[in-house]
Design a protein. Structure first.
Lengths: 299, 282
């Protein structure tokens, strides 16, 4: 009798404790994550200029309709998709290649791992400033162009030509980020049983065959996960163009987040910027949901 | 093993090392150049661009660092950054861990819903909500105060999730034993669970430290006052401030990387584990 009552007492204690433990975090998530999400949608239905907060008019879906004819929005969307479509394979393949280079145990492996990871030890702002200097179009001041000219090539206007600016950002971002994904791949590689390789090697399979028929299938889940996080990261591109090109030249590096920032904070078109943010949010959610589904299918 | 096989093995090894060394050098050369330039006089930085000596700090001195510290109130900047990150981390580790623990070990109404809610919000990009969040900050009168940097980012779905995953693996027998000794669930957490969970605290700590140390966008929106800048903002502004001395800019970049480097040296194991485990759990 006393045992059951103490048991139910414990259950009650536990319930009370559960609320004490979860309410603070849940309250904060609600106030600073859920409320802003709802407000993004809410404001997107209004004409709302930040300089005139008293003058806020409901206009229904007009902000969304305006998106269809807004060339700057489509350009920003196109630039963001372009960046994502190229940086994701570049960065993921680079990361996988690096992981393969340092997956086996050999003398000095820790040094090479640290080398590949080292760009991660600096921030995106630091990397962007550094590479703006490295990418300088003058071969006398830009390290990369000085290398190109000493190899007998023409210097490239990396960041000042609208055809190359985004590609230059892609290359730099891949270099900066690959070390992170390499670490995830290394963990994934540990999950592949060694004896599979031994058996294949006894059967006379070449290293390339081993990679194609053992490593790649073994990494399926990891690859999908890495692609997903790289994709979401890529869609949020802002710091690099903000620091390196201010969205130029000729708006070739203006991204969706950049557009949300300029519309909302610089031009004060708050309602309209919220509509862009809502579209951005929906794209990211659809992307991650479909990737999650893909990942669930492999596991 | 035949002679030719030995030879082949040797060649593969050689290729492997050569590949690693070449790619490794290409990988770190921008950073080496940055460090070397930070130590050189301005006139020397671009003097020998097409020779290897551009990577070697000739006439090395710490003058550039002096310039950074005199033109940029680095101590204030570091203070701003460390205070805000310390406050976030203390609250982050406390509130998210207890929430994760409740979701792992307690039975209560609404638990499943909370869990779904956290997993769903995990992918929420801050950039999509920054406009109303900014309005919220300004309505609360928090713009340009520590509160705007700290309070909205204390609760983190990802941290809660990491804590929950870890606490799920703690055997129930251990908790029952503590309960039989008369400890309340809250007490059990602080006296029994917390002390044996150092690894997950260390992992969340380092992951969130790095994220906030590197954060640019949010401080850039809410901390516009000159004396309130965090490290990333300060160096971004310094990059565009006349006179533009590339030597001093490189020194500022190096200074901003030092705390990260120290953190990495001491917490490497947890940092790498944190990155890797996120991939395994998916």
């Amino acid at each position: 009798m006393s045992k059951t009552s103490s048991l139910s007492g414990r259950k009650r204690n536990e319930r009370v404790a559960a609320y004490i433990f979860t309410v603070p975090a849940m309250f904060l998530l609600f106030a600073f994550l859920v409320v802003p999400i709802l407000y993004t949608v809410y404001y997107s239905l209004f004409q709302y200029q930040i300089v005139r907060p008293d003058n806020i008019t409901f206009i229904g879906f007009k902000n969304y309709l305006k998106l269809f004819t807004d060339d700057d929005f489509w350009l920003a969307l196109r630039n963001t998709v372009y960046f994502t479509v190229f940086v994701v394979p570049f960065q993921c393949i680079l990361a996988l290649a690096l992981a393969m280079l340092v997956s086996s145990k050999f003398r000095g492996v820790a040094i090479f791992r640290t080398m590949y990871f080292s760009p991660q030890l600096t921030s995106m702002v630091v990397i962007s400033i550094l590479w703006t200097v490295l990418y300088n179009s003058n071969p006398n001041t830009g390290l990369i162009n000085s290398l190109l000219t000493s190899l007998g090539m023409e210097p490239i206007n990396f960041l000042t030509n609208s055809k190359t600016a985004m590609n230059s950002i892609i290359f730099m971002s891949g270099w900066q980020g690959a070390g992170y994904q390499m670490m995830i791949f290394l963990a994934g590689l540990q999950g592949i049983p060694r004896d599979q390789y031994e058996a294949a090697s006894v059967d006379g399979a070449s290293k390339v065959q081993q990679f194609l028929y053992i490593t790649l299938p073994g990494l399926k889940g990891t690859i999908k996960y890495v692609v997903m996080i790289t994709m979401i990261q890529a869609m949020k591109l802002f710091t690099q163009p903000y620091v390196m090109t201010q969205g130029g030249p000729k708006n070739s590096t203006k991204t969706l987040v950049y557009y949300i920032y300029t519309q909302g904070f610089q031009q004060g078109n708050f309602g309209y910027a919220c509509a862009v943010a809502a579209v951005f949010f929906v794209i990211v959610v659809i992307m991650s949901l479909s990737m999650k589904k893909l990942i669930a299918e492999t596991n | 093993m035949t002679k030719s096989m030995k030879m082949e093995n040797f060649l593969t090894k050689l290729l492997f090392y050569a590949g690693n060394i070449i790619i490794g050098i290409i990988f770190v050369s921008p950073l080496i150049w940055m460090i070397s330039a930070s130590l050189k006089p301005e006139a020397q930085i671009f003097a020998n661009m097409n020779s290897i000596s551009t990577f070697i700090p000739v006439q090395a001195s710490l003058n550039n660092f002096k310039e950074v510290f005199s033109r940029l109130d680095m101590l204030q900047v570091f203070k701003n950054t460390f205070v805000y990150i310390a406050l976030i981390l203390v609250l982050d580790l406390l509130l998210n861990s207890i929430c994760g623990y409740a979701l792992a070990k307690f039975d209560f109404k609404g638990k499943g819903m909370m869990l779904n809610f956290i997993v769903a919000l995990m992918v929420m990009p801050m950039e999509a909500i920054m406009l109303p969040l900014y309005i919220e900050m300004s309505q609360l009168g928090w713009v340009n105060t520590l509160a705007a940097l700290v309070i909205p980012f204390v609760a983190k779905c990802f941290s809660i999730y990491m804590f929950r995953q870890f606490f799920c693996d703690i055997p129930d027998e251990l908790l029952e034993a503590a309960a039989l000794d008369g400890a309340s669930p809250v007490r059990t957490f602080f006296t029994v669970v917390m002390p044996i969970s150092k690894t997950v605290y260390a992992t969340v700590f380092i992951l969130d430290f790095v994220a906030h140390w590197n954060d640019f966008m949010w401080p850039f929106l809410v901390m516009t006052g000159e004396g309130k800048r965090t490290i990333q903002l300060a160096i971004q502004v310094f990059f565009g401030t006349q006179p533009i001395h590339y030597s001093a800019i490189m020194a500022a970049l190096v200074v901003s990387a030092i705390p990260m480097l120290i953190m990495f040296i001491f917490m490497q194991k947890y940092y790498i584990e944190g990155i890797a485990s996120s991939g395994i759990k998916g």
